[in-house]
Design a protein around this ligand. Structure first.
Ligand code: ADP
Length: 160
């Protein structure tokens, strides 16, 4: 099976990575799809996010990263995936994720979304929390892969 895991990944965290690993063990191939969203100003460029992810998945099989514009269901069709994967951390994620999943079904009912619950020790992790901790000089090594920690350290030092 082939699974599309869409998101911002701005930047990738160990929460994302854990989901990718578990999905690949259970379903087979995983395509990490970075949404190139014109309405958001990202912290990291698409190119840098692709590099960060590639460096973090180099020891894993059957996983690749792409970027896309437009509708996730169109991306899912283009790459001929069987499922869209999203993660759930808390009830607050659930409402939002359910809304997107329903919307996607109305756009294309041939594509299913599946959800994996976060590992409990990653339930607090989000890209925005990581960026805030780094901004105020906190350690993020246990939250993100080494390349992301280095990048965060560098942009925060530049801004000082
Ligand atoms: P988006 O802007 O599309 O929400 P994110 O990169 O923030 O993009 O998240 C992509 C997906 O990964 C979402 O389904 C989100 O719920 C999930 N996710 C993010 N952090 C974690 C985590 N710590 N554990 C499990 N899933 C997560």
């Amino acid at each position: 099976m082939k699974v599309l895991y869409p998101g911002s990944f701005d930047p990738l965290t160990y929460g994302h990575l854990d989901l990718v690993q578990r999905a690949s063990e259970r379903f087979g191939d995983v395509i990490i799809a970075i949404l190139d969203n014109p309405t958001k100003v990202p912290t990291f460029s698409i190119e840098r996010r692709i590099q960060q992810i590639n460096s973090s998945i180099s020891n894993l099989q059957g996983i690749r990263v792409i970027s896309y514009r437009g509708l996730t269901v169109q991306c899912a069709k283009k790459y001929k995936v069987d499922l869209i994967l999203r993660g759930l951390r808390a009830m607050s994620d659930f409402e939002y994720e359910l809304q997107i999943a329903h919307t996607n079904r109305t756009l294309d009912n041939s594509i299913e979304t599946i959800f994996l619950a976060t590992e409990s020790h990653h339930s607090f992790l989000s890209s925005s929390v990581v960026k805030e901790v780094a901004l105020f000089g906190g350690k993020v090594d246990h939250m993100v892969p080494p390349i992301v920690a280095t990048d965060l350290y560098q942009i925060n030092n530049k801004n000082k």
